[in-house]
Design a protein around this ligand. Structure first.
Ligand code: BG6
Length: 510
């Protein structure tokens, strides 16, 4: 059967077409850490499984502890078996692991970089060609500047005849000043075109589908503005607590952890103008314009437009769960927020006056990430008073996880002799329409970084524009000595969240 015939029969094949990736050596700093084990290694396995890794591919793990290549390979194998979205095929796994090496040492030790250089050169000599190099910084953020500077000092930031790129994990700074300093440090060594700042939400199929939804369908765009849209609510609710991440989380909090990056990116996707083309810079230019149109809150506005809270003890998944202050590793007097909600406005022609509500929290009633766009009510109701009771404004809900899909709330007549209206939903579900398991975000992002496509990565000015919005809120909260609102674990969040809503508006149930 020809490729075209296969595509006609199974539209999935079109999306699964693999883009060519040049021979590459991937170096993971922090190779034994949680992210590498849970996400990066399984993603590499799944790429290998689908034949999406370059023909010549090597992986070098760098981490502190001394260990033999063999031991690191066994650790990779164990992590892949445990966390891969598909059961590994022994042959594919063996072939992938054959190309894995380990370099031990602390990230400020010169010897590590000399050792790394030798390892990378040996791969090149073996194939008699310079391989592209991708350095992935998956360490604690304090090491980002250390590693980047060392790569520069050891001349590892360029490679004659090949591309050198660097992926920087989140968090990219913890404030605007830190983000600027980190940008300066990174851009002292690398050109912006070599830098890939990760926001894993951008690698999610459903986030990319937002662009398809907006820009591949003519019917929504005429409505997509202040004349028709009443409000936008973006929710990233999690039912889990902070797990074993106390050390990181207590310094970050919900605003830094999810709003500064993932949720502002979602807002950008909803609010951006159609880019001239889907090239990295055109898309990112449009997103930056949205971020720049959001006026940072003044200290007086913060209490009216931002809410934070912390979870107390409660129930989750049918079990009693501790409150944040009882979690292991959390100081008993911590004021870190596990819930944050903001009302923002995008001050441009398209959006002036439309509130964008963002909220995220741990230990909420259930896990759901969604964007709900509510249209203005119809201008006049001609039905009888009773008949109109069920008339609600149209609402478009894009669910990113779980049950990815799009749902449109419409008013419909209840069958019968009387004219009575009730809301109904028109649904598109990703799973049933495409009958496929979406690739993990990291699979897409690692491939794009190897290919040098930065469309789904955050640019230097973009990350700074995100911090510009979050900084004043964080400062106001840091100066606020009043007690932090609490919410019960497993609940809808703090009652105080409704205080930032405009008159007549309310949060959707989680
Ligand atoms: C991470 C945050 O960036 O995103 C975590 O640090 C959060 O706290 C996670 O749980 C959510 O990602 P996902 O893909 O599970 O929605």
């Amino acid at each position: 059967m020809s490729a075209v015939a296969v595509e006609e029969e199974n539209p999935l094949v079109a999306g699964l077409e693999r883009l060519p990736v040049s021979p590459t050596t991937l170096v993971i700093f922090g190779a034994t850490g949680d992210l590498a084990r849970r996400k990066l290694l399984p993603a590499l396995y799944n790429l290998a499984h689908e034949g999406a890794l370059p023909e010549r591919f090597h992986l070098v793990g760098v981490a502190r502890r001394e260990k033999a290549h063999e031991d690191y390979r066994s650790e990779c194998e164990e992590a892949i078996k445990r966390f891969s979205r598909r059961t590994p095929d022994p042959d594919v796994l063996t072939r992938l692991l054959e190309h894995v090496r380990y370099v031990p040492g602390t990230f400020d030790d010169k010897l590590v970089y000399a050792h790394l250089q030798k390892t990378l050169d040996a791969f090149d000599e073996h194939v008699e060609a310079p391989l592209h190099r991708l350095f992935y910084l998956s360490t604690a953020p304090a090491f980002f500047p250390v590693i980047v500077s060392a790569l520069g000092e050891h001349g590892l930031c360029r490679h004659e005849g090949a591309e050198v790129r660097v992926v920087v994990e989140k968090p990219f700074g913890t404030s605007l000043n830190e983000a600027r300093a980190l940008n300066r440090c990174v851009l002292d060594v690398f050109d912006e075109s070599q830098v890939f700042r990760i926001d894993h939400y951008l690698g999610k199929e459903t986030v990319q589908n937002l662009m398809a939804f907006r820009f591949a369908n003519g019917m929504f765009e005429p409505l997509w503005n202040r004349n028709y849209i009443d409000q936008v609510q973006i929710t990233a609710a999690e039912d889990i607590g902070i797990g074993t991440r106390a050390g990181y989380y207590d310094h970050a909090g919900a605003l830094r952890d999810l709003i500064q990056n993932h949720m502002l990116q979602l807002l950008c996707h909803v609010a951006m103008e159609p880019p001239v083309s889907f090239t990295a810079d055109e898309v990112r230019n449009e997103k930056v314009k949205v971020l720049q149109a959001i006026d940072p809150l003044t200290p007086e506005q913060v209490p009216e437009m931002a809410v934070r809270a912390q979870y107390g003890p409660g129930h989750s998944g049918g079990e009693d769960v501790p409150g944040y202050l009882q979690e292991e590793g959390i100081p008993r007097d911590s004021k870190t927020e596990t819930y944050a909600a903001l009302r923002l406005e995008v001050d441009n022609w398209r959006w002036a006056g439309v509130p964008f509500y963002l909220r995220t929290g741990k230990r909420l009633a259930r896990q759901v990430t969604e964007i709900a766009v509510t249209l203005k009510p119809v201008p006049h109701l001609a039905f009888s008073e009773e008949g109109s009771l069920g008339v609600l404004p149209n609402q478009l809900i894009m669910t990113l996880q779980p049950n990815e899909g799009v749902s449109l709330r419409l008013g419909a007549k209840i069958p019968g002799t009387r004219m009575m209206i009730r809301p109904v939903h028109m649904e598109f579900l990703y799973g049933t329409s495409f009958l496929s398991q979406s690739p993990e975000a990291y699979e897409r992002l690692i491939t794009d970084a190897m290919r040098g496509d930065a469309t789904l990565f955050t640019r230097d000015d973009e990350v700074e524009a995100q911090w510009r919005i979050c900084d004043p809120v964080l400062s106001a909260w840091a100066d606020d000595s009043t007690a932090l609102p609490q919410y019960e674990a497993g609940s809808q969040g703090p009652v105080e969240a409704s205080e930032i809503m405009r008159d007549g508006q309310s949060w959707r149930a989680i």
